[in-house]
Write a protein of this length. Structure first.
Length: 93
């Protein structure tokens, strides 16, 4: 996986030159109008920017995806679990 240490973006309102340095990578997203309106409503309700609301929603979605993957992993492990082969607490210590 590639990591990004520093990214420069062209910004016409930044007075420090042509490139605008930032530590956080950015993603441009095109949304259908109803989805945009829904996110706009949530951002206004919470008193945050659209960018911050989208970031929070993406973080929450990733946490849900992780929970689903861990649940599937646990279910797979549970099917192969055998009490007779499992270590007992007294054996571990």
């Amino acid at each position: 996986m590639q990591t990004v240490d520093r990214v420069c973006y062209k910004c016409y309102t930044y007075s420090g030159g042509e490139d605008m340095p930032t530590k956080n990578p950015r993603i441009n997203v095109v949304l259908e109008k109803p989805l945009f309106v829904g996110i706009e409503h949530l951002a206004k309700r919470d008193g945050v920017s659209l960018s911050l609301k989208v970031r929070d929603l993406v973080k929450e979605a990733l946490e849900i995806e992780e929970d689903i993957a861990l649940t599937q992993f646990a279910e797979k492990r549970g099917k192969s679990f055998s009490k007779t082969k499992a270590l007992k607490h007294s054996e571990v210590w």
